[in-house]
Design a protein around this ligand. Structure first.
Ligand SMILES: NC(=O)c1ccc[n+]([C@@H]2O[C@H](COP(=O)([O-])OP(=O)(O)OC[C@H]3O[C@@H](n4cnc5c(N)ncnc54)[C@H](O)[C@@H]3O)[C@@H](O)[C@H]2O)c1
Length: 396
């Protein structure tokens, strides 16, 4: 099939490579010219796709990056994989989805199967995409992306894929497309079910992470190890699922997607109380971390040299979007500490560069990548570990 993927970020590039590897002719379309030039040169910007793999697909003629919207026309399949952020009032902001739909409307004159993979609330495919695209009789399907960057066990290929179509013909075509590079396809009765399943999955994670974050605080106040309790609870073979406490939630999905569900819930008159409370608990974790660091380090930290280790939002990825490290660093600075950060995968961030770990009075480990220098961390005067992976030090 001739496939165009709109958006070449974490999701779009992953799908582009999956489809190109299956032998489809893929155009990776993005409005970011710098990114397109890099992709054309075979340089990948995400962990799950190597430069070698990209170069091989380019050489075989199955992948071509482009910023020319004219390249979209003539596609059998067009996948939308663009950001779905929140606006300043934390409401869904569909500007990128609308822009992608308008591009299709303006440039695609032959009928195609249009699939939305961007995460959004139920009704997005029908009301915000299909209703905006005029002039051509396209087919429409929703297949929310479940990719977990950096996860080596679950990939696009072996993660079951949900599909909901606006019409039976759209479902048939979407199954044909995804069936060529995904092992398990699950058809649901409507795009709204597929869209809602995705945001419920992420809400489930957000709420459970908030629950263990609150529990970690209760356990610490009781003088017992929250992580030991959670590990003990996880020995129950049924009816329990393990989640880990941490310094807050980061990334583009867990802190954002539940607010899409809360938004539609409010529109239909159901207050999404769990989502609101989970947001409050998770957003308060950096302040809790800093309070524990001050107590653990033996009092005021003004003038102390602090290194925050691991500033991406999770291990083994360089993604700093919504990272709780930002609030941890800001709050430590508000306490008068002299704060630097170290991350083996992130070179520069917020106009600052990664600094060495050595020589700090206090190390606060927010995220631990494989191969991080634990001995340098342990050589600091006081260590507070938010990851539960460094033995013999304070933490959550
Ligand atoms: N990153 C993840 O782990 C993940 C997982 C599942 C679902 N999602 C969802 O997938 C969607 C995309 O997320 P992402 O992480 O790939 O985002 P991203 O920011 O990594 O990439 C999005 C890309 O879209 C491009 N773009 C924006 N507007 C465009 C337009 N009009 N035309 C062409 N390109 C355009 C941007 O330049 C960018 O390169 C979001 O809805 C997100 O919630 C993300």
């Amino acid at each position: 099939m001739r496939v165009a993927i709109i958006g070449q970020g974490y999701v779009g590039l992953t799908i582009a490579v999956g489809a190109a590897s299956a032998g489809h002719q893929v155009i990776g379309f993005d409005i970011n010219d710098v990114l397109v030039a890099r992709l054309k040169a075979g340089k990948s910007h995400i962990e799950g796709v190597s430069g070698d793999e990209l170069s091989r697909l380019i050489a075989s003629g199955t992948y071509l990056a482009s910023s020319d919207p004219a390249a979209l026309d003539g596609s059998d399949v067009i996948v939308i994989a663009v950001p779905t952020p929140l606006d300043e009032a934390r409401n869904p902001d569909l500007l990128f989805v609308h822009a992608a739909s308008d591009l299709i409307s303006a440039h695609v004159k032959s009928p195609a199967l249009i699939i939305n993979e961007s995460t959004s609330y139920p009704g997005t495919l029908r009301k915000e995409i299909a209703a905006r695209i005029s002039g051509v009789d396209h087919l429409y399907a929703s297949s929310p992306e479940r990719v977990d960057p950096g996860n080596t066990q679950w990939s696009t290929k072996n993660t079951p894929r949900l599909i909901g179509g606006l019409t039976p013909a759209a479902v048939v075509r979407a199954k044909e497309f995804y069936g060529s590079f995904c092992d398990i396809i699950i058809e649901v009765s409507s795009p709204e079910v597929a869209e809602a399943a995705k945001i419920f999955e992420n809400t489930f994670r957000q709420v459970n992470i908030a629950l263990v974050n609150e529990f970690a605080q209760i356990a610490d106040a009781l003088g017992i190890s929250g992580r030991e309790v959670l590990a003990a609870a996880a020995t129950k073979p049924y009816g329990f699922m393990e989640f880990n406490p941490g310094p807050g939630v980061g990334g583009h999905c867990i802190p954002v997607d539940p607010s899409y569900l809360a938004h539609v819930a409010n529109e239909v008159g159901v207050p999404a109380t769990f989502i609101k409370r989970a947001n409050e608990v998770n957003l308060a974790m950096p302040a809790y971390v800093v309070k524990r660091v001050v107590e653990g380090a033996g009092g005021p930290i003004s003038g102390k040299k602090v290194v925050v280790v691991g500033i991406s939002y999770k291990s083994n990825v360089a993604d700093t979007r919504e990272t709780p490290a930002a609030a941890v660093i800001d709050l430590l600075r508000e306490q008068g500490a002299s704060v630097v950060w170290h991350d083996d995968l992130v070179g520069t961030w917020r106009g600052e560069s990664s600094s060495p770990i050595n020589g700090a009075d206090i190390a606060v480990v927010v995220t631990k990548h494989d191969g991080m220098d634990v001995s340098a961390i342990k050589a600091c005067g006081y260590v507070f570990d938010c990851t539960g992976s460094i033995a013999g030090v304070d933490g959550i």
